[in-house]
Design a protein around this ligand. Structure first.
Ligand SMILES: Nc1ncnc2c1ncn2[C@@H]1O[C@H](COP(=O)(O)OP(=O)(O)OP(=O)(O)O)[C@@H](O)[C@H]1O
Ligand SMILES: [Mg+2]
Length: 233
């Protein structure tokens, strides 16, 4: 992102939700974005997610200048390049865990045999080998979120995005989900950006970006990354 701004409204009432953002997320990096309510995190996330476009400045996703791309290509870019983990999982309740993970591969045109194989591998990686045929209502919150992570990584996205991924979970379940995210980053090398209010989560990241009033006010590199088992908040 280069000199990227997003302004809502005009004139007196204009809000600079993102204000001259300069940020490069490196391949393989685990990046946390922090800041108080209203600091512009979701606005920035929407732009990174290709759901919204900057008012000015530029954003490159894996080499493509997103600022100049039309709506249809933007959707395609989003499906092909990004994986999402939401606060409330957003799984389809009538599909099994396995079917939920298979779904994004159907959109991506992956063949039937490898769809199943890849979905099973991703769920096994999340410690859910014996839960694949269960539907979301039969799973705990932490299990559902791990299904969501499996779904997010199964197409090998260039960037995995999570907005408050533990926001709906209690302490110990949240910790399991963070462990799963950290493992995905460490073992599969997935580039990850997580939005969080939580300093404990940020301690696990390679870099912590802090926003205030739409601006990045500091970027800290964690010299010693905390592992999930050391995590306390
Ligand atoms: N669609 C919109 N129209 C007008 N103003 C908006 C819009 N979206 C966000 N804003 C404003 O932009 C600023 C940043 O909002 P944003 O949602 O990005 O904050 P946030 O850091 O995600 O906050 P939270 O932690 O509460 O989710 C706020 O002042 C907000 O009111
Ligand atoms: Mg927000």
């Amino acid at each position: 992102m280069e000199n990227l701004s997003r302004v809502f409204g005009a004139g007196e009432a204009a809000v600079r939700a993102c204000d001259r953002i300069n940020l490069t997320i490196q391949p393989g990096e685990y990046c946390a974005i922090m800041g108080q309510s209203g600091s512009g995190k979701s606005t920035l996330m929407n732009i990174i997610s290709c759901l919204d476009r900057p008012t000015s400045g530029r954003y490159w996703l894996d080499g493509t200048d997103v600022s100049t791309v039309g709506k249809t290509r933007l959707t395609r870019l989003r499906n092909r390049k990004l994986g999402f983990v939401f606060q409330r999982y957003e799984l389809l309740p009538n599909l099994t865990a396995l079917e939920n993970v298979i779904l994004p591969m159907m959109y991506a045109g992956v063949g039937r045999g490898s769809r199943r194989r890849r979905a099973e591998a991703a769920l096994t990686h999340m410690g859910l080998a014996n839960r694949m045929d269960k539907r979301p209502p039969q799973l705990s919150g932490g299990q559902q979120q791990r299904v969501a992570i499996a779904r997010a990584i199964v197409n090998q996205p260039v960037l995995l995005l999570a907005d408050e991924p533990t926001g709906a979970l209690d302490y110990s379940t949240g910790k399991l989900v963070l462990e799963a995210l950290a493992n995905v980053n460490r073992e599969l090398g997935s580039t990850t950006a997580v939005i969080t209010h939580n300093a404990g989560i940020a301690a696990m990241a390679d870099r912590v970006v802090t926003m205030r009033s739409g601006e990045i006010i500091r970027i800290d590199r964690n010299e010693k990354k905390v592992t999930p088992s050391e995590l306390e908040w």
